[in-house]
Design a protein around this ligand. Sequence first.
Ligand SMILES: [Zn+2]
Length: 256
Amino acid sequence: MSALTIAVSGVVGLAVGSFLTVVVHRVPAGESIVAPGSRCPSCGTSIRAADNVPVLSYLLRRGRCRSCGAPIGARYPATELATALLFCAVAARLPSPWDVPAYCVLAAGLVALAAIDLSHLRLPTPVILVTGTVGGLLLVVASAATHQWTALVHAAAAGVACFVVFALLFVAARRAMGYGDVRLAALCGTFLGWLGDRVALVGVLLGIVAAGATALALLATGRAGRKARLPFGPFLAAGTIAAVLYGPTIARAWLG
Ligand SMILES: [Zn+2]
């Protein structure tokens, strides 16, 4: 991909990341993501457009509200920066420019879902549905543009396979997993399957291995008890992103 495409993806990623901080903050609270505009969480003052430039405003205001001086959480610029870097990586790694929009939508959805799951142990269905619908339509457009209709069949098959496997895991280990994880697995499986069956296998396995290793490490070091719930969403999201970016390379190393 050209340097220009990667740079444009990064700028779009900053803007989308800024929107995601709103989604992460308001969706779990049941608030509208459209209105009112951004406000300081401490004093409630509306944030001016000039103070709402991703990352830059945070650095210029030294992480403080212009009106009351209350510190603004570092997770705001961190979310914006992470989204921008993911958009750049997607643009740099995917073979066709037609594939980039769908996987940027997926990356954005996964950033929001992972962040919400980390703080609320929830994966809101509307975020999964919007990511799946918008990203899914973009996958159809990419399939049409590059004449890869069979990729859609693989996507649907992987999505259904992940749904069935995780639904069985959900029934077998009720405490370890929520039903949101089953929906998320179907979403990730669909997007990974479009890139290939092996990429889907790699992504889901990476997520499960990373979650299992973290759970064991937390238990062994006594930082979590047996009944503690570990959010599974961030691991599945990370495994999926890793497989989107490096799936074929990992598949060759693992599966030959
Ligand atoms: Zn304030």
